[in-house]
Design a protein around this ligand. Structure first.
Ligand SMILES: [Zn+2]
Length: 622
């Protein structure tokens, strides 16, 4: 080892006499040179990003354990976390855990940003292991470590850490934030938790944490009346006029539709109080930023938790016009029933939690609660048909099951192969399956599959809502990433809330504007439960087949549980994988079980302990 390196070591470990007395931002300015991969490479000067300073000060505030930054995309929240890491390494050492949305993002952030930055810092570089000494997910330093990973159960349950950074926590599975925070308990009194994320939906775990303590919101100051106010996109005054962002609506030559580009160019920002108008230019946007500050908008709750929120308007390189364009485009999509772009605008740009629309309770419709004069069979049973559509030969595999509404029994009624959707629909009618209870796999030929689903529809009058409801077949897709999904009623289930998808209808189609309501289901969880049903391992539940059939049987055993090695991170993940040739009936059964859960003929409430039990019953001890 070079003498200079040893000297550096000695300096770092013996130099307890003069701890750095300035702020993290000051320290960063003296020590950090951002590599090229950052938007603004070179010496790190946070004074041009005033919205990042108060959260950084709270990192050093002994009264604050948790700093939550709910901010728009690309405003530097992750970068300021990366600047905090070397400060900790040199000033207040302790094990660090940084969680990202998945392993891939974790590796990318470390390899392209964090490590190059750390190697450029004089007092840190000598401590870093050589390239081969850095294991995937772990940087070992002489006196501590930095662990980085995706939001995985295994990481949530390993060794304790003093510093925890949760990056893009809006992407995590429900319940994971709490589990990661539990890992800091050993360091109570000295720990620090930072959550950096764009927001997600109202009612999420992330929002619960965001609102659990004091909340500070970035406000702008009116140059005329000098009052501070949030960056309201649009706020109605008592006289029905609007403050916030306004524009003149300029119509296209058709005199009907808005000319988005021309209208957006007229955008101005208007003070709620004095109606002062701020026009869109770089100088004005810079002034807004220089004069902006955080205002406490919620003062109760846990005083050790400080939340900060700021919108994308702090990026002065983005003109007001950009936001209006994005908004008007998203609004146009929303009018077609597609709210994904509006969701992205509100969460990613305005940095506000998104309140999605309530859909009607499909389970009642699927259970047949609206059937006028139900037969005795219809009172007790629901028939569900699921279809797996294969690219090879355009073949459709179908499977029909009856589910008892009390959840104790399911009987397979029929299964087979069809060439056309007409044949499928004839079989549906023959077995008396209602359109609301048909699920179609959309993994192949997705857009056509959406259209097929919507074309098989019926209208009926919902007696409780007292309005006409459009009911069609249900587009479905297996999801290899998640174990469960949070629903609006704050219950976690093995399938996702429906999401609206665009079937790309032509403008002259009678279905134009009609969206497909996709049901995503957890491949791992649903199949784990299905195999326990198949093997008769769930007490009190009968899951039966009508006749023995070789092909069906083979397909039902066509998948096995494997520890799949993630090549990027070197970690293992349990997955159901194909071992046989065909698995179409298996997918039909998995989709059928998913719809039985939606119909409340089988519990769909996700419970990880229960899932572990299912795996144990399967003889797999993990
Ligand atoms: Zn004003």
């Amino acid at each position: 080892m070079l003498q200079s390196t040893i000297d550096n070591f000695v300096d770092i470990f013996t130099d307890v006499s003069k701890p750095y007395s300035g702020s993290i931002a000051d320290w960063a300015k003296e020590n950090i040179i951002l590599p090229e991969v950052y938007g603004q490479p070179g010496k790190l000067d946070l004074s041009t990003s005033p919205w990042l300073l108060a959260p950084l000060e709270d990192v050093l505030n002994p009264k604050v354990t948790t700093v939550i930054k709910i901010m728009a995309v690309r405003v530097g929240k992750s970068m300021s976390d990366e600047a905090t890491i070397p400060f900790w390494l040199s000033q207040a050492v302790g094990p660090i855990l940084r969680i990202h949305q998945d392993d891939e993002s974790a590796s990318a952030a470390v390899e392209t940003k964090l490590l190059p930055m750390l190697r450029g810092i004089d007092c840190i570089a000598p401590l870093l292991p050589q390239k081969k000494g850095i294991k995937k997910g772990l940087i070992n330093l002489p006196n501590t470590f930095i662990r980085y990973a995706g939001d995985k159960e295994s990481v949530a349950h390993s060794i304790g850490v003093r510093y925890l950074i949760l990056d893009e926590a809006h992407m995590y599975d429900a319940g994971m934030i709490e589990k990661f925070i539990a890992r800091t308990i050993d360091f109570a009194g000295r720990r620090k938790i930072i959550i950096s994320s764009t927001p997600n939906e109202t009612g999420s775990e992330l929002e619960k944490y965001y609102l659990s303590g004091k909340v500070f919101e970035w406000h702008w100051k009116c140059a005329n009346c000098e009052r501070y106010q949030p960056y309201w996109w649009s706020r109605q005054r008592a006289d029905n006029s609007y403050a916030g962002f306004n524009w003149d609506t300029i119509l296209l030559p058709d005199g009907e539709h808005t000319d988005i580009a021309k209208s957006a160019k007229t955008t101005w920002l208007e003070c709620y109080h004095c109606r002062h108008q701020i026009c869109d230019n770089l100088e004005n946007r810079r002034k807004l930023n220089d004069n902006g500050k955080y205002i406490c908008i919620k003062n109760d709750g846990d005083a050790t938790i400080h939340s900060y929120t700021c919108p994308l308007f702090v990026n002065i390189n983005l003109p007001f016009e950009f936001f209006t364009t994005e908004y008007l485009k998203a609004k146009r999509q929303k009018q077609l029933g597609l709210d994904e772009d509006m969701r992205t605008f509100i969460t990613g740009k305005l940095a506000r939690f998104y309140k999605s629309e309530q859909l009607s309770d499909d389970s009642k419709i699927m259970r047949g609660d609206y059937i006028p004069n139900p037969t005795d069979y219809e009172k007790e049973w629901v028939n569900i048909m699921t279809i797996d559509w294969q690219a090879a030969g355009d073949v459709k595999y179908y499977l029909i099951r009856a589910w008892h509404k009390n959840g104790t029994e399911s009987r397979r009624l029929a299964f087979g192969v069809c060439r056309t959707w007409e044949e499928i629909d004839d079989i549906r009618k023959k077995w008396n399956v209602r359109n609301a209870c048909v699920g179609v796999d959309t993994g192949w030929n997705t857009t056509t599959a959406y259209q097929v689903c919507i074309k098989h529809f019926e209208n009926f009058r919902d007696p409780t809502l007292n309005r006409e409801i459009f009911i069609s077949w249900i587009p479905m897709k297996g999801d290899g990433n998640k174990l469960s999904y949070m629903h609006e009623d704050k219950t976690s289930r093995y399938y996702a809330p429906t999401s609206k998808q665009d079937p790309l209808w032509s403008q002259d189609s009678k279905f134009y504007g009609r969206t497909a309501k996709l049901v995503l289901w957890s491949n791992f969880s649903i199949k784990t439960i299905l195999f326990n049903l198949r093997d008769n391992k769930l007490p009190g539940i009968k899951w039966l087949v009508d006749i023995k059939d070789g092909e069906y049987e083979r397909q039902m055993y066509s998948e096995g549980l494997f520890d799949e090695l993630d090549k990027k991170t070197g970690t293992k993940k349990l997955r159901w994988k194909k071992v046989g040739d065909a698995n179409e009936y298996l997918d039909c059964e998995a989709m059928n079980l998913t719809l039985a859960m939606r119909t409340k003929c089988f519990s769909g409430t996700a419970n990880e302990d229960e899932l572990k039990d299912f795996l144990l019953k399967d003889g797999i001890n993990k």
